[in-house]
Design a protein around this ligand. Structure first.
Ligand code: BDR
Ligand code: CA
Length: 324
């Protein structure tokens, strides 16, 4: 067993993506080998600039590779979500005088994200887990480009979809699956071990307690203060989920790796609807559709010990600035 689980994080940062990155980077159980960006919450250039910016603040000197990926979905135009995350994707924090983004922020891109995912998966002596926090375009492209290499992956952990919770873009579709349903369906058809963290659990994980912000904002370490300011701005600007609460969608996916005992999983072979009608991005067990293809079942998180999960996530975020 490796001392820590090697992971590649594919992301479209995004306020909750930033919190998920912070959670992963603060967790000794995980070894973050690379961060790759995909178009989703914001356009690709903005998302890549955000990822570089977050790595500089949250993981200075750790030399984590940054790859830039697909600028649009496999077969569609991009749909973004600035109304949820702010025009910069990070609730406006990059224009905040204490946390202003420097103009050279996106110059440290190592390589094409799809190649980075393939290389990390193919070359690691320990099987790598891909954590996908945005539309699944890059992961599907990696599966197309080098399926043999991708079979070496330990698995793919996905934030996306909704089993019984309804959608957050349409009545049936969650954002990441809505944006690139063809990519999501390709991942569900890949035969790799897939863990899906859908809205059914992420809607249970909310930062509603202002002490989170005050605990973070009162810490002397810049990293903690940064996360406190990010959450404060997201809440103040109403870049929030349901009922005025900041939902921890993407941190939930990281948490399934850190604390699997907190999640109730069900095994379902899944399809994701295409087209442009009401089935676009809708995740369905194939048993709901007798004509559906035969597929390897995915593990779907259907319930979570929410109080414990939020408490553990917050404790890690509060401690993010602690040395070593
Ligand atoms: C997902 O959509 C994005 O807006 C969030 O970052 C998360 O990945 C939730 O539906
Ligand atoms: Ca995301």
């Amino acid at each position: 067993m490796p001392a820590s689980i090697p992971v590649v994080i594919d992301t479209d940062p995004g306020v909750d993506d930033a919190l998920a990155l912070a959670l992963a980077l603060a967790s000794p159980e995980l070894s973050v080998r690379a961060v790759t960006t995909v178009a989703g919450n914001v356009d690709l250039a903005t998302g890549t600039a955000n990822a570089g910016y977050l790595l500089r603040i949250l993981a200075p000197g750790r030399g984590i590779r940054l790859g830039q990926g697909c600028a649009k979905p496999l077969a569609r135009d991009l749909v973004t979500a600035e109304e949820v995350h702010g025009s910069d994707g990070l609730a406006g924090i990059t224009g905040h005088e204490g946390w202003r983004r420097r103009s050279a922020d996106s110059t440290d891109i190592a390589a094409d994200a799809v190649d980075v995912i393939i290389e990390e998966v193919a070359q690691s002596p320990e099987p790598v887990t891909v954590i996908a926090l945005g539309p699944l375009t890059n992961v599907a492209a990696a599966l197309q480009r080098d399926p043999a290499a991708m079979r070496r992956a330990a698995g793919i952990v996905v934030m996306g979809g909704s089993l019984h919770a309804g959608g957050n873009v349409t009545p049936r579709a969650e954002f990441n699956f809505y944006v690139d349903p063809e990519a999501a369906d390709a991942v569900m058809a890949s035969g790799l071990p897939v863990v899906v963290t859908p809205l059914d659990v992420t809607h249970q994980l909310a930062v509603s307690d202002e002490t989170v912000e005050s605990r973070l904002l009162s810490r002397p370490e810049p990293r903690s203060a940064f996360l406190g300011e990010l959450i404060r701005r997201a809440r103040a600007e109403q870049f929030t989920g349901r009922g005025g609460k900041l939902l921890l969608h993407d941190p939930a996916a990281v948490a399934t790796l850190l604390w699997p005992e907190l999640f109730t999983m069900q095994s379902h072979a899944l399809t994701v609807g295409g087209g442009d009608g009401d089935q676009r991005g809708a995740m369905r067990p194939t048993t709901d559709n007798d004509a559906g293809p035969e597929r390897t079942p995915s593990q779907v998180a259907v319930d979570v010990a929410a109080d414990s999960a939020v408490k553990r996530i917050v404790e890690r975020l509060v401690a993010v600035g602690d040395p070593g």
